[in-house]
Design a binder for this molecule. Structure first.
Ligand SMILES: Cc1ncc(COP(=O)(O)O)c(C=O)c1O
Length: 480
């Protein structure tokens, strides 16, 4: 038997898979168990990018070199540990372990889900999940949505539908040059993917009509009219308004009711970027933050942010489900039979991707196993923790929060006595934390200054961890 035949036999041998799989799951379970400040003081062992690159070079070649369980130990050890309670940086969530197992099953099956027959179970699950989400938004039976790979593509997908809704002809066929140049009203606090979507759509960056934000970084409803009129004065045709629920940097929720009223009065499409904050729809305590969403035309919701799901799982949701067919209207006759455009189960009509992962599967099995109340409890607990953290900062006497948190994002800074360069101090603190690896936090520029930024997204993070963070920062800045 040739080496190839030998390897092929091993690669698809159920018993080898079972043994290797058990080893891998055991390693992951041990890693989860040890992801505590006591057992693993570091969230991240920071290494210089060049050194990291060098260390992995030459690790595969024509012949087998290392087994997966052998490699996995090193991967776990040298990766950013999102399971650790002191990972409180970006908005990427710790994975619900069960959802990661769902990911394994999904990857094992590898059903594409571009069209129904490629992934029938996942297609049905995604349809039901989308309906569940639109129900939470207060939308009726005409609402519908699809799942796509990340919030950036989600925003683009929704805005492509808005572009067609405002067009006189078929903009997909005729191109943007056939219409008067458009504008999209975008609050200054929006995620960059919104501006990028406007540029990708061919409107040019100049099509972004910025809406001013208030002291708390909310879009100012009293600036909508100015932004609109100014765009018109520049020869532009405003087609949509984007609102945040919530914004990336500070986690603030825009006034969606005011945004909806304005959009209606001017014939604009209202798109709500709920990538991070739509999870609040689940929480009886915090769902009021999304009041007015029921009047929006579209919104996105990233399950890989505030729903404990492994990346990427983004829902793009439309109040009028028919609009979801207008984002992409190319003809792919080899996939769709003639006249089959409104077949809800052939998702490729409505998504950027052709082949997609089985993303619905991970969320569906998690909701089935734990129940939606568990996720409601999670969102409420994280939002509560952010408020407790802000109170801790205020009471500390040497820290200040940037704003009162509305979600689970908290920006703050250290006010070290006698320090002249506070911005430099925050930068040094953030760098020192990255290098020590004992906490993972990030930073944001707000009001022209540098702030430390945390997202409390790991359900195992406690107020004690946050107290330890403040002590760590004090200790770092004591060092010469
Ligand atoms: C409000 C908001 N919208 C969109 C995105 C982009 O999402 P993704 O990273 O899944 O593309 C982010 C990411 O942080 C975000 O915070």
């Amino acid at each position: 038997m040739s080496l190839y035949d030998d390897q092929l036999k091993k690669a698809f041998d159920p018993e080898s898979f079972r043994v290797e799989g058990h080893k891998v799951v055991d390693q992951l379970a041990d890693f989860l168990a040890s992801s505590t400040p006591g057992m693993r003081p570091r969230v991240l062992k920071y290494e210089d990018p060049e050194a990291m690159l060098k260390s992995w070079a030459g690790r595969f070649g024509p012949a087998p070199l290392t087994s997966f369980p052998d490699l996995l130990g090193e991967v776990l050890d040298r990766s950013n540990n999102l399971l650790h309670p002191r990972f409180i940086g970006h908005q990427c969530t710790t994975s619900l372990p069960l959802a990661a197992l769902g990911g394994l099953a999904g990857q094992f099956l590898n059903n594409g889900t571009a069209i129904y027959e490629m992934g029938p179970v996942n297609v049905a699950m995604e349809r039901l999940l989308a309906r569940w989400m639109t129900g939470l938004a207060g939308w009726g039976p005409d609402a519908d949505g699809v799942f796509t790979s990340g919030g950036s593509i989600g925003n683009l997908t929704a805005l492509l539908a808005a572009r067609q809704a405002a067009a006189e002809g078929n903009v997909w066929v005729r191109g943007v040059g056939s219409e008067a140049p458009a504008a999209v009203l975008v609050p200054e606090s929006c995620h960059y993917s919104v501006k990028r979507a406007v540029a990708i759509m061919g409107f040019g960056e100049e099509a972004v009509a910025p809406v001013a934000v208030d002291d708390l970084f909310h879009a100012r409803p009293d600036d909508f009219g100015r932004a609109f009129d100014e765009a018109v004065k520049r020869g532009r045709r405003p087609i949509a308004l984007v609102a945040n629920a919530c914004s990336t940097a500070t986690g603030g929720y825009d006034d969606l009711k005011a945004a909806a009223d304005f959009s209606r009065s001017r014939g604009l499409w209202l798109h709500v970027d709920g990538a991070h904050g739509a999870g609040a729809l689940l929480s009886p305590k915090y769902r009021h933050l999304l009041r007015g969403l029921d009047k929006a035309d579209s919104f996105i919701w990233d399950a890989h942010k505030n729903l404990l799901m492994p990346a990427l799982i983004t829902a793009v949701l439309f109040r009028d489900g028919g609009r979801s067919y207008e984002a992409f209207s190319e003809k792919a006759s080899y996939l769709f039979e003639k006249g089959a455009r409104e077949e809800w189960y052939n998702f490729a009509h409505r998504t950027m991707e052709c082949t997609k992962t089985m993303m619905g599967l991970r969320l569906f099995i998690s909701l089935a196993a734990y129940g939606t109340d568990f996720f409601a409890g999670y969102v409420t607990a994280m939002f509560d923790l952010a408020r407790d953290f802000a109170a801790l900062l205020r009471e500390s006497g040497d820290f200040e929060p940037a704003v009162e948190p509305e979600s689970n994002i908290v920006c703050f800074r250290y006010l070290k006595r006698g320090e002249g360069d506070l911005d430099g101090l925050q930068r040094r603190v953030r760098r020192a934390l990255l290098e020590s690896g004992r906490f993972y936090i990030v930073q944001a520029d707000l009001r022209g200054h540098v702030w430390l930024r945390t997202t409390l997204i790991n359900p195992r993070t406690t107020l004690a961890d946050l107290k330890a963070l403040l002590d760590e920062i004090r200790a770092i800045t004591m060092k010469p």
